[in-house]
Ligand binder design. Structure first.
Ligand code: SAM
Length: 283
């Protein structure tokens, strides 16, 4: 009989944030695959769990996934954990889950913390529809393109970001999405937990004034553009990209074509979005 692959969520800071079921499953399985075995051992020691561990991280997951599949096929029960939160959420996990599913191995989630949901519910922004974009690209031009891509999504936007890029990311977001309410949720569930609220512009100024921003952070951006002193000309997303390309010398047809290509959408779709954005900005 084949074993089961359990995808087990672990705390994102506070060690108490783990379910009874997660503790039981971690104690009962034959092997725990973890991103960093030493890091996970601290959690296991805290709960007196002595299950053997093996490493499974972004640099070895390609080789390790088939090995783990082999063990599952021979009947071992395995738990997958990451350093924090839910495996597979901006962490290794999807490859082994996919391989197990393709080979008829039961894949059982043991749900628990994940930083994006903790941050979303603390943000006070609508949570009926949200878009999670994972980590923002490190380079500004790629980040700006990413913001342009998501600018017309009618949902709360959520991203993971690192402290040394947060100021620049907030500035890029302000430019590409227009002024919006935002939250930076830092160090959730930890000693220095902080939920900073403001507009994108205010938060950019706040982080720019700090000598060194620290901690793990989630950036949450409201779906609506706030009317600013810049008024109705404060365009966002696609309009901004088109305007930038025009400033660089492209005529309006070429600018639209290039912007559509950058965003991976058709020219017709880009045209429709541009008209919608411009009429929204006039309202
Ligand atoms: N698998 C994790 C999850 O379920 O949230 C995410 C892992 S990802 C490698 C790490 C990023 O998640 C951090 O850079 C930060 O953006 C976010 N994060 C993790 N823990 C956090 C916390 N306690 N407070 C705020 N953000 C956190």
């Amino acid at each position: 009989m084949a074993g089961t692959l359990y995808i087990v969520s672990t705390p994102i800071g506070n060690l108490e944030d783990i379910t009874h079921r997660a503790v039981r499953v971690l104690a009962e399985v034959d092997l725990i695959a973890c991103e960093d075995t030493r890091h996970t051992r601290k959690l296991l020691n805290h709960y007196n769990i002595d299950t053997p561990t093996t490493s499974y991280h972004e640099h070895n997951e390609r080789e390790r996934a088939p090995e783990l599949l082999n063990r599952l096929q021979k009947g071992s029960n395995l738990a997958l954990v990451s350093d924090a939160g839910t495996p597979g959420i901006s962490d290794p996990g999807f490859r082994i889950a996919k391989l197990a599913a393709e080979n008829g191995i039961p894949v059982v989630p043991v749900p628990g913390p994940t930083a994006l949901i903790a941050a979303l519910v603390a943000s006070g922004f609508p949570s009926d529809q949200f878009f999670f974009g994972g980590f923002l690209p490190a380079r500004s031009n790629q980040r700006r393109t990413r913001f342009a891509e998501v600018s017309s999504i009618p949902a709360t936007l959520i991203f993971y970001e690192t402290p040394h890029r947060i100021t620049e990311s907030l500035k890029d977001a302000r430019e590409m999405l227009g002024e919006r309410a935002a939250v930076v949720a830092r160090e959730l569930t930890k000693l220095h937990e902080e939920v900073l609220r403001g507009t994108l512009g205010e938060l950019a100024a706040k982080f720019a004034s700090l000598d060194d921003a620290r901690g793990e952070m989630v950036l949450i951006i409201d779906r609506n553009v706030i009317a600013t002193e810049e008024g109705p000309t404060d365009l966002s997303g696609l309009s901004k990209l088109v305007a930038e390309l025009e400033e660089q010398g492209a005529d309006s047809r070429t600018a639209l074509k290039q912007a559509a290509r950058q965003l991976g959408i058709s020219r017709d779709d880009a045209y429709r979005r541009l008209v919608a954005e411009r009429s929204r900005a006039k309202e």
